[in-house]
Design a protein around this ligand. Sequence first.
Ligand SMILES: [Zn+2]
Length: 197
Amino acid sequence: MAIVDTNDELLQERVCEIVASAVPKLAECGLNLMSPVAISFSNKLDHSSGVHFGIYHLGKNRIELLDPKTFEQAFRRSETWTAVPLAEHFEAVVVHEFAHALVDQNAAIQRACIADDEYIAYAMQIESLSESTRSVLLAEVGASPPTSTQEINSLVLGFSPADFAVRSWLHFAEPENGCAFVEKIIQGEVTFFFLPE
Ligand SMILES: [Zn+2]
C-alpha cells in the first residue's frame, strides 16, 4: 500500500496502520489504490505558501510529511488546527495526502482546479476525525451548514485552509453529496472552477 521511508520503526508502523484503515474508506468514494505510494519525512517542505504539514508530489506517487518533531512545532503555531488533538491531526494529515495520491491515480481527467483536489483531500481529512473532535473544530471555525458550492473556492483555500476544509466537509456530509460528489469530481463532471464566487 505504502512504502514508508524512515528508520523509526514505530513511526513506520503507525503510518502503515493509518493508511491501512484509510484505504477501504477512500475506496468507497471511488478512490482505489492502483499502485503503492511512497511516504517520506522532512523537516522542511518546499511549498509556495502557508503552513503545510504534508505535500503530495503530483504524478509521482510520493508524499512528504513533516517529521514528527517539526510537525508538532507547526501544529503548535497553527491558529485553528490545535482544536484537533496532535495525534489525531497527524493521522488526518496522512489521510489528506493519501487522498491526493489516490485522486491522482484515479482521476479520469487532468485537473485544472486546485480546489477540486483539495475539496476531496480535506473532506477525507475531516471525515477521518472522531465525531467529538470534529464538532470542536467546527465550533472553532464557526462554520455551519448548509454550505453552498460558492463558499468552496481557491480564494478561501488560500486565505484559510481550515475554513476551506470545514466547508468542504460540510458540503460532503450533505446526504445528496458524499462519495457521489467525489466521484463526479474524479470523472470531471463537476468542478469548483467554473462556479461563480
Ligand atoms: Zn492538499
